[in-house]
Write a protein that binds this ligand. Structure first.
Ligand code: ADP
Ligand code: MN
Ligand code: MN
Ligand code: MN
Length: 357
């Protein structure tokens, strides 16, 4: 059980959470800031909301989020998706937003806009994405949760999908996040404890096109909100602890209608050819600090060289054995780091697998 360092009183909070809202609906507008984090603020609305299209634009102080200069600080929030709010319950909602500048252009950190254009341009291919989000829990001192203070646990081995005391840490946070995602309608497809102790993974997908980016960002928001309540920090750093400890990735599973139908292996192989040619462009948007993770050790490929293979966790791209056996299905791009932006990953992937190179 995680120890909370936050000063809060759950019993008191529950007393107020139960009070009647008198028909009001609280909308939590969520956006991505200038340092790959999430921010949010709340607006009271007069009644239930069925679609994001009913919601008005809003704005915030971009200079306080690293997204705009102080002398021209208004950034606009355009709602793009809504989800039931697992924290407030009832008709209250979470609202995923895009950031736009005052001159009507997308904000510098609005990677969704380009991604949506790619997804629309290639909608006939019916892309599906499933991402595996790995992350690490840190205690209040910034050291992995449950590790001896300033020291190290026993070497890796018993922790992956581990069960039992000293094998796993903070299962309570992981379970809380799982339920919160399900309530919010996030297509979370599973969870597992990872190779490094205090590291976990959850998967989102398969989702269609732009929905993957929206849902994954909202799942990150939920993870950070849940961890607040336990006084634990979440880091998406790709290599939180140097040395013989696994890094954290964001494996990206991809398929198009052509790959999923009989004989789809041909479309997968064509995609491999394209992906090989654009390796450098992909690596450029696959996360900060990825070089420390992609060493060729710890189930990663080398960052400088593209490779693909069936069932090989040391390749840039793995074709699952079952996919090779069926001759159709999907591929797993193992290169993206845990802190990469899902809009950037899925956007460039759609572009690359579609162009005639
Ligand atoms: P791994 O074996 O690499 O740990 P996981 O089970 O963690 O794989 O994750 C696999 C992901 O791939 C899941 O999110 C799943 O929804 C997704 N997935 C499965 N089939 C497809 C498909 N045809 N297209 C895209 N994603 C898929
Ligand atoms: Mn996985
Ligand atoms: Mn994993
Ligand atoms: Mn994987």
């Amino acid at each position: 059980m995680a120890e909370s360092t936050t000063i809060s009183n759950t019993a008191n909070l529950m007393k107020y959470m139960k009070l009647d809202q008198k028909g009001s609906v609280l909308a939590e507008y969520v956006w991505i800031d200038g340092s790959n984090g999430v921010r949010s603020k709340t607006k009271t609305l007069s009644g239930p909301v069925k679609s994001y299209k009913e919601l008005s634009e809003w704005n915030f102080d971009g200079s306080s989020c690293g997204q705009a200069p102080g002398d021209n600080s208004d950034v606009y929030l355009r709602p793009v998706a809504i989800y039931p709010d697992p924290f407030r319950g009832g008709d209250n909602i979470l609202v995923m937003c895009e950031c736009w500048d005052h001159d009507g252009t997308p904000n510098k950190f609005n990677y969704r806009h380009d991604c949506a254009r790619q997804m629309e341009a290639h909608a006939d291919q019916e892309p599906w994405f499933g991402l595996e989000q790995e992350y690490t829990l840190l205690g209040p001192d910034g050291w992995p949760y449950g590790w001896p203070k300033g020291g190290f646990p026993a070497p890796q081995g018993p922790y992956y999908c581990g069960v039992g005391t000293t094998k796993v840490y903070c299962r309570d946070i992981v379970e809380s996040h799982y339920k919160a995602c399900l309530f919010a309608g996030i297509q979370i497809s599973g969870i597992n404890a990872e190779v490094m102790p205090a590291q976990w993974e959850y998967q989102v997908g398969p989702c269609k096109g732009i929905e993957l980016g929206d849902q994954l960002w909202m799942s990150r928001y939920l993870l950070r909100r849940v961890s607040e309540e336990y006084g634990v920090q979440i880091t998406l750093a790709p290599k939180p602890i140097p040395g013989d400890w696994n890094g954290a990735g964001l494996h990206t599973n991809v398929s198009t209608a052509d790959m999923r139908k009989d004989g789809g292996m041909k479309a997968i192989e064509a995609a491999m050819k394209n992906l090989e040619k654009r390796h450098v462009e992909h690596i450029a948007v696959y996360g900060e600090g990825n070089a420390e993770r992609m060493t060729g050790e710890h189930e990663t490929a080398s960052m400088d060289k593209f490779s693909w293979a069936v069932a090989d966790r040391g390749a840039s791209i793995r074709i699952p054995r079952q996919v090779a056996a069926d001759g159709k299905g999907y591929f797993e791009d193992r290169r993206p780091a845990s802190n990469a932006c899902p809009y950037q990953i899925t956007g460039i992937t759609m572009e690359t697998v579609s162009i005639d190179l």
